[in-house]
Ligand binder design. Structure first.
Ligand SMILES: Nc1ncnc2c1ncn2[C@@H]1O[C@H](COP(=O)(O)OP(=O)(O)OP(=O)(O)O)[C@@H](O)[C@H]1O
Length: 252
């Protein structure tokens, strides 16, 4: 159905000395869509996300084999520029990690990483990205106060703004609303729906209702394997396997 896939994974295995964490993963992630990775705790969702930007490099105990193509580059080849691969991706984790500096500096940091030095341009771009995540009005009068003073929900949107300032193509989000109250979660969900016109989003979530609200494409994992993948209609209304049917019934 999709012929515009930004990520393709072929025969991906991740193991430790004692455990198979991901087993023969084959999948495609469509560009400018929200792909949701669903599955019970411990099934390998976070590890799969880590393979997409080679954060697995930071865990020498993980053995990775297979191919992960991003924009037609196999990122596990030895000559690949890992920094360039990571710059293509913004990462949002379960808890926001603002840098220990002001609200303004958090976003400016992303811009400086892009090599932007002109102060006027930085000021304009900081406003632009804070507007893009719906935070500008809330913080414009306290841009120079510490980011840590913001609520957790605001911090998560600030981290999103910092990630966007690096101009990624892909946003990887690992249960990004799990620490947030319902109103802040809704704001993140609304932003994701807006952002997909410019970015590809890959979202790991436990929350079935969130997956139904956001997903254009769904990947269901169980014990390190992709059990089913398809459109929300295929996955939620016509599950093919008993495992997925049971998972949907349990209503996680
Ligand atoms: N760096 C690592 N070293 C050893 N084992 C690991 C490592 N990372 C993950 N694992 C193991 O791999 C399995 C999958 O973990 P992962 O965090 O990818 O699952 P998950 O589906 O994201 O779980 P959750 O929903 O609870 O966050 C777990 O059994 C975990 O203990």
């Amino acid at each position: 159905m999709y012929n515009n896939d930004i990520i393709r994974i072929e025969n991906l295995h991740v193991t430790t000395a004692t455990q198979v964490i991901l087993k023969d993963i084959n999948l495609k992630i469509p560009r400018n869509r929200i792909t949701v990775i669903l599955g019970p705790s411990g099934c390998g969702k976070t590890t799969l996300l880590k393979c997409l930007n080679r954060l697995t490099d930071l865990h020498p105990q993980l053995q990775v084999s297979g191919k992960v193509w991003i924009d037609d580059e196999d990122i596990f080849q030895p000559n690949v520029d890992v920094i360039a691969v990571r710059k293509k991706m913004g990462l949002l984790s379960q808890r926001p990690y603002p840098l220990p500096m002001s609200i303004y500096q958090n976003v400016a940091y992303g811009l400086k990483m892009q090599g932007i030095a002109d102060k006027h341009t930085i000021r304009e771009r900081v406003q632009h990205y804070l507007e893009e995540v719906g935070l500008w009005k809330e913080v414009k009068d306290r841009l120079h106060s510490p980011a840590s003073k913001l609520s957790i929900g605001q911090q998560q949107r600030l981290c999103l703004a910092r990630g966007l300032a690096v101009q990624p193509e892909i946003i990887l989000a690992d249960e990004p609303t799990s620490a947030l109250d319902p109103i802040s979660s809704k704001k993140i969900e609304e932003k994701f729906l807006e952002l997909k016109s410019d970015y590809t989003l890959v979202l790991v979530t436990h929350i079935l209702r969130q997956a139904k609200r956001l997903a254009d494409h769904v990947i269901f994992m169980y014990l390190g394997e992709v059990i089913e993948q398809g459109t929300p209609q295929e996955i939620f209304e016509h599950p093919q396997t008993t495992i997925l049917r049971e998972y949907l019934k349990s209503g996680h």
